[in-house]
Structures are given as C-alpha cells and as structure tokens.
Write a new protein. Sequence first.
Length: 107
Amino acid sequence: MKKLLFILLSIAMFACSKEEKSDLTVTITKPSDNYSFAITNGTAPFTLNVFSKSGSPVFEEKFEKTPFEWNGETTDGNKLAAGMYTFVLKDNTGKSKDGIIYIVSDK
C-alpha cells in the first residue's frame, strides 16, 4: 500500500511540476467597467474560463475576436464579489495561459 501511495504521489508531483511553454500571450487591462483580455500569438476561437478560489467554475465563454471584454459577471449574469479569481485562456490549437485576476469593488 505504501509503494502504491508513493507512486501515485510521484506521478501527481511530476504532473504538477511539468512546465509547458506556451506562446499564448495575454494582456489584461481594465479601461472601463469591463476587463479586457488581449491575446497575441493565438488562433481563434478562444475560450475564457474563470474560477473561484475554491476552484468552482464561475464563468465560461468562447469568443472569436481579441481583445475580449468581460464584465466581471458569472455565466448566469450575476456580479462577482470582489476578490481573487483564477483564469484559463485556451486557443483553438490547445495553447493555454492561466493566471490570477482581481475583481475590485466599485465602492
């Protein structure tokens, strides 16, 4: 049992430490009430996924043109609370870029 646990942990550590080089470049700005995702070196269509701190998906959308404007709402149209969220952007060829975005309260 200990050998099996060690092997599974080793595989998990390898998977987590494996770095893949991505040529997908993402620039995020907030020129207005929306967040703007500008992507270079990618092939449309793109998919944006946003997750809460607990890893729950809160937003997903496919889009063709960049920059893509996101209003900080969930897929269902509810305003997200201020805080830290993670995002994953993927292009049509499988290239991806992940990162952190902070939703700032307007108060």
